[in-house]
Design a protein around this ligand. Structure first.
Ligand SMILES: Cc1cc2nc3c(=O)[nH]c(=O)nc-3n(C[C@H](O)[C@H](O)[C@H](O)COP(=O)(O)O)c2cc1C
Length: 167
């Protein structure tokens, strides 16, 4: 069944969720110097030369002011063992960094350890895009290691079993 996109945001969300993604945690510092961050799967590679990446942040997100003000962020691509970390950074908890081991990166952005890859960025552009702000990041430093990715598909972690894929 086809749906007019404007009429049915819930169905549109289901359609967009058919695009399997990895999962990232994106971090920065707020005006008081406190670490903030959130789980995001809108991350995409954009350009190699110059090195640019993108992601989008809901305008209602508590962290929007911090990301707009600092002009820096660190993107952490999570591995398959980090579902709990993804849940923590998507949940409405006061301090998502409590008890976590993190260090300070370029420009102060908090860096988490043991992820599949990490990209330290400066904000190249922040573009108003409907109910989100699209951030383009210029990658300044990166790190990666071997491992399996955390996958998100149809509002769940992991991929459906192969028999469901064939249905
Ligand atoms: C797998 C997953 C992917 C998400 N991707 C995004 C995203 O790309 N952009 C976004 O704004 N929120 C995304 N969210 C929701 C935010 O993580 C969530 O709303 C968070 O509480 C926002 O934090 P804040 O309000 O403290 O800024 C995602 C959540 C999950 C579980």
């Amino acid at each position: 069944m086809s749906h007019p996109a404007a009429a049915d945001p819930r169905e549109l969300r289901h359609a967009l969720g058919r695009f399997a993604t990895g999962v990232t945690v994106i971090t920065t510092l707020d005006a008081a110097g406190r670490p903030v961050g959130l789980t995001a799967n809108s991350f995409a590679a954009v350009s190699l030369d110059p090195p640019l990446v993108s992601w989008s942040l809901a305008t209602r997100a508590r962290s929007l002011a911090a990301f707009l003000a600092t002009g820096r962020f660190a993107i952490h691509i999570l591995d398959a063992t980090q579902e709990a970390l993804s849940q923590r950074f998507a949940a409405p908890v006061e301090d998502r960094f409590a008890g976590l081991d993190w260090e300070t990166g370029i420009g102060g952005a908090p860096l988490l350890r043991d992820c599949l890859a990490r990209l330290e960025c400066s904000t190249h552009q922040a573009i108003a895009a409907g109910d989100h702000v699209l951030f383009l990041g210029a990658v300044q430093r990166f790190h990666y290691q071997e491992g399996a990715p955390l996958v998100f598909f149809a509002s769940r972690y992991g991929l459906p079993a192969p028999d469901r894929l064939a249905a």
